[in-house]
Design a binder for this molecule. Structure first.
Ligand SMILES: [Zn+2]
Length: 211
């Protein structure tokens, strides 16, 4: 997979992370046609077909919704997430196209479980994230949660994105989970690994300094 930041599939886009092969790849677009009653081919309005130039598989879109393959619009979960959370995350990722609101509900549950895993109460996402920020999590994560809350607001006003029509905020939640896992699990693990590879005498010097 390329180092390109995760780009979710989107109808008409020239390149994205392919839901079949996972590669960031160029996409070619066509309009669906069907033979009706022995006549010539008739254009089917609203159905578009994308073709991955990397794996040569099709994506099928009805208006802006990806209907085939089983929507895979989310980035893969962070490898260091606990298995239980990874399972919920994968389930959410598989329904983002069909039910962004269902996906968002599951992803909120993932955030709660992750906060609990990180030693927070798991009862209130906002309080837990605030507490994690005090422990060194990037404060912009709080802002991102605010964005999700604004987008997810039940009251739909003209010009405001409706969560049920739009997988964007579910994808933002996926990214948040991965950012939190990266900052609070993966990076400390990496640093711990680097530290433990230091020679014993150096470690003793550091520990003496810290005491
Ligand atoms: Zn592909």
């Amino acid at each position: 997979m390329s180092q390109q930041p995760f780009t979710p599939p989107q109808r008409g886009k020239s390149a994205f992370h392919c839901p079949h092969c996972g590669a960031y790849s160029n996409q070619l677009w066509g309009i669906a046609h069907a033979a009706r009653g022995g006549g010539g081919l008739v254009r089917i309005d609203g159905i578009n077909i994308g073709w991955c130039t990397h794996c040569h598989n099709d994506t099928i879109w009805v208006d802006d919704g990806l209907v085939y393959p089983e929507a895979r619009q989310a980035p893969p979960p962070n490898e260091d997430l606990p298995e239980e959370i990874k399972t919920d995350y994968e389930e959410a990722a598989s329904i983002i196209g069909k039910s962004p609101r269902g996906a968002a509900a599951l992803l909120r549950l993932c955030i709660q479980k992750l906060c609990k895993h990180l030693g927070e109460s798991g009862k209130n996402i906002n309080n837990d994230i605030a507490s994690l920020v005090k422990k060194g999590l990037n404060p912009t994560i709080q802002k991102s949660l605010d964005i999700v809350r604004v987008i997810g607001n039940e009251a739909v006003h003209p010009g405001i994105i409706d969560l049920k029509d739009n997988p964007e905020s579910a994808i933002i939640l996926c990214r948040l989970i991965n950012i939190i896992a990266e900052a609070m699990i993966t990076q400390p693990k990496m640093i711990e690994g680097l530290y433990s590879s230091l020679p014993e005498d150096k470690k003793e010097q550091i520990e003496k300094r810290d005491n």
